[in-house]
Every structure is written in structure tokens, then in C-alpha cells.
Design a protein around this ligand. Structure first.
Ligand SMILES: NC(=O)c1ccc[n+]([C@@H]2O[C@H](COP(=O)([O-])OP(=O)(O)OC[C@H]3O[C@@H](n4cnc5c(N)ncnc54)[C@H](OP(=O)(O)O)[C@@H]3O)[C@@H](O)[C@H]2O)c1
Length: 272
């Protein structure tokens, strides 16, 4: 049974994330363009996006809600309440509502849209632009039959994983969404170090990039546990081993864990 094929899918807000999702859904043939409906605050952007993807646009958010069974709320968090509060009664029990807004907890969404049972929070990261996202989701306790729908909809855009609650979703935010930023930072350390040995900016960039990419792809394609791969590259008394020993002595893991926890605290502060 296809859970999505006969459904109308709406987007309130047609910014960067909405466009990445629409693009992924169409390219992967998960949905047809005649299933997608959208509204946006500025008409200009809405028209541009509607033309780009060949989807239907509506002048108001309410029309999207009235017309669709599955509705993505894709505004910035600070705009979410303006977008949906005035039309809350239009969101009835039949709707599945997916909030993409970072930091707005399920409990707050439930208070804003009290008629909706099938309420979902989704957290994606920026590689969603190339279909390589980590996508976490959590659902309201009352939600029924939504998990498979969410997986069918979002799997073409990356690895989809369910979080039990907002706390776990915050951990995904730090690990995968902020985590992408942390990896970029580490890549700059790699590139800067190798430049000290005479490589050009461009060469250093490629060395860093291909090292990260190659390691991740090998781990994925060989289906070998990362610890086993680590054993394979780090022979006793060898070069890699010496570097790893130093990393462990310096307790890099602890330093990173502290940074993750700091980011998590900030996520909690912003969610209040
Ligand atoms: N981009 C990412 O990679 C990413 C990753 C993780 C999470 N997120 C989350 O995804 C959400 C969207 O982020 P984004 O980067 O896509 O933001 P964005 O590019 O700024 O898009 C937000 C869109 O919402 C529209 N909007 C604002 N108020 C509205 C209203 N009252 N009614 C209808 N549309 C309205 C804006 O219209 P205008 O054209 O008038 O500005 C804009 O097109 C955020 O909550 C963010 O936390 C994004």
C-alpha cells in the first residue's frame, strides 16, 4: 500500500528547507507535482518556487490547510505562530502536521494546534540539499499511523530515524544538524595543518575533503564496524597509532562531548 500517492501535501513557507524537500520528493518520484500545494508570506518567492517545481500555489495558508492532508510548516521558528495560530481551527483531526521549526517542542505545537492528533516534529540537516540528510522525527503521543508515512515521505532525502521525544530530537539536532557544522570545523583543522607543509589552499581543501569523504564512504560501503576499520588502519607502534595515542591522552573525546553538551544547552534555552 502506498501511503503517500493519493495524498495532497502542503507547504506553509517555501524557503530553503521546503524547497529542498519538494525537490527531493519530486526527483525521487515519491510524489507527483500535482500533489503539492504551497503558500508563502511573500508572493514573489511563492510564484518563483511554484514555477520552478510546477506545483500549485495558494494565496493564503488557510487554503493550503483546507486542501491538504499532510501539511509541512516550513517557516522560521519565530514566524510559526503568526503563520498558523490565526487559522488553528482549520487544522482538524484528519490532518497530519509536520513542523520543521527548530526548537519548538511538541507540547507547544499541541497548544497551538489543539485539534491535531497527528503532530510530528522533524529535524533535518543541511545535506538534505543533496539527499544525504540525517532526518530525525518525533510524534505526539496521540498520533496514529504516522511513522510509516513519515518514513515513506522523507527516506528519499536521507537517513530517517525516530526519536522517542523532544529530548532525543534535541540530541539529533546537536549530533547531525550542528554536527555538520562541527565536521566543517574539523575539516578546516585538517586543511590548515597540511598547508603548513607546503600544500596550496586548493590542495589542502581536497586532501581534507577527500579524507573525510573517503573514510565515511568506506565505512558505509564495507559495512564494517568503525572500530574494526580503526584497527585495520592503526597497526601497533605504527604512525596512526602514535597519533591516536596522543588524541586519547589529550582526551579529545571529552572536549567534544563538552562541546556537544554546550550546544544541547543552547538548544534547550532557545526552545523555552
Ligand atoms: N535550511 C536548513 O537546512 C534547515 C535545517 C534544519 C532545520 N531548519 C528549520 O526549517 C525551518 C525553515 O528554515 P529555512 O532555512 O527554510 O527558512 P527560510 O528559507 O527563511 O524559509 C522560511 C519561509 O517561511 C516563509 N514565511 C514566513 N512567515 C510566513 C507566514 N506567516 N506564512 C507563510 N510563510 C511564511 C518565508 O517567507 P518570505 O519569503 O516572506 O521570507 C520563507 O519563505 C526553520 O524553522 C528552521 O529552523 C532548516
Amino acid at each position: 500500500m502506498n501511503l503517500i500517492r493519493d495524498k495532497k501535501i502542503g507547504f506553509i513557507g517555501t524557503g530553503n528547507l521546503a524547497q529542498a524537500i519538494i525537490s527531493g520528493l519530486l526527483e525521487s518520484d515519491t510524489v507527483r507535482k500535482d500533489q503539492i500545494f504551497a503558500s508563502n508570506r511573500s508572493e514573489k518567492r511563492l510564484d518563483r518556487v511554484a514555477e520552478k517545481f510546477g506545483i500549485r500555489n495558494f494565496a493564503t495558508n488557510e487554503e493550503v490547510v483546507d486542501s491538504c492532508e499532510i501539511i509541512f510548516i516550513a517557516t522560521k521558528p519565530q514566524d510559526l505562530f503568526d503563520a498558523v495560530e490565526p487559522i488553528a481551527p482549520s487544522f482538524d483531526e484528519s490532518k497530519t502536521v509536520i513542523s520543521l521549526a527548530a526548537g519548538i517542542r511538541l507540547e507547544t505545537l499541541q497548544k497551538t494546534l489543539p485539534n491535531v492528533r497527528n503532530l510530528v516534529r522533524v529535524m533535518a540537516n543541511i545535506p538534505i540539499r543533496i539527499g544525504k540528510s540525517v532526518i530525525g522525527f518525533c510524534t505526539a503521543e496521540e498520533a496514529v499511523l504516522v511513522d510509516d508515512k513519515i518514513r515513506t515521505l522523507l527516506s528519499p532525502l536521507g537517513y530517517v530515524v525516530k526519536a522517542k521525544d523532544d529530548e532525543m530530537l534535541s540530541a539529533i539536532t546537536v549530533s547531525a544538524a550542528s554536527g555538520t557544522g562541527f565536521i566543517f570545523e574539523l575539516m578546516t583543522y585538517w586543511a590548515d595543518w597540511i598547508k603548513d607543509y607546503g600544500f596550496s589552499d586548493e590542495e589542502a581543501y581536497h586532501i581534507a575533503l577527500e579524507t573525510f569523504l573517503g573514510a565515511a564512504m568506506l565505512a558505509k560501503e564495507s559495512k564494517t564496524k568503525i572500530l574494526d576499520l580503526l584497527d585495520q588502519v592503526a597497526s601497533k607502534k605504527g604512525v596512526t597509532h602514535a597519533g591516536l595515542d596522543s588524541m586519547r591522552e589529550l582526551d579529545i573525546e571529552r572536549a567534544l562531548r563538552i562541546s556537544f553538551e554546550k550546544a544541547l544547552l543552547r538548544d534547550k534555552e532557545l526552545g523555552r
